[in-house]
Design a protein around this ligand. Sequence first.
Ligand SMILES: [Fe+2]
Ligand SMILES: [Fe+2]
Length: 271
Amino acid sequence: MDKIQHGYDFGGAAFNLNDPQDRELVRFILSQALFGEATGVYCGKSLFAARSLEAARFYVRQARQELNHLELFAEVFRSLNMTPAPAHWVVKLLSAHNNYYPLKVLMEHAIGEGMVLDIFKDVLLQTLPDDHPAVPEIKKKLRVVVREEEEHVAWGEKETRAMLAERPWLRWPYYGLLELQIVLARLMVRPFARRAEGHPVLSHLGPFVDFVSARIRQQGRDLGITPEAPVGAVKRLGAMAWGVALFLRSQVSTSRSTLEKTYLTELGFVG
Ligand SMILES: [Fe+2]
Ligand SMILES: [Fe+2]
């Protein structure tokens, strides 16, 4: 297996799993991961609205992978002798299933799983201490999860591009939602900033959050969502409001089935 490329460098900083406060921090991170994986399994619901055979194939595969991730994180808890805590409200909000496909592929896969990847790949793989007996095995499993999450992000980006090509008006609400997801992520980690001083890992929190925000904005530029030129505050707020409106609308939208209308074309029986 080739080496995982880290985005942010924690410079060898690691948690101390013998320290009760550090254990609480690791428990917090792992609890969010466990909840995210549980809701990840619901991507199976997307099978109903899958717009192509390729999408149907992807969601079957993803649901199986997320179910494995869920059980794997449960094993991580057991091997570290920890019990999961309830999920943070931001994680609950961001990982809720969305029936509206254009928002689902951007918010859940491209950005949401992109942030999950930042946590797994950059935080957990670097800051879990290698001298703990359970950690080498945990990291081995995590590397497999990271590869699969990379696939989920790539799928989200591919489908986001397709949605944008079909409906170019989505660009501004997409941009607003991307900025909002950055705001929410910052909000979630803010309580930890107070404890950052002098802590080997937490002292990286500010720079790490800045790194993630910049990475998401670059992802947005690569997808053709984030404008190249700086955006004024009013325009950005407008995009956010549009994004929120679309998100609220998506909460009452019901998914429409597709495959029974397209299967003959998808299978090559109709030209
Ligand atoms: Fe996962
Ligand atoms: Fe995933």
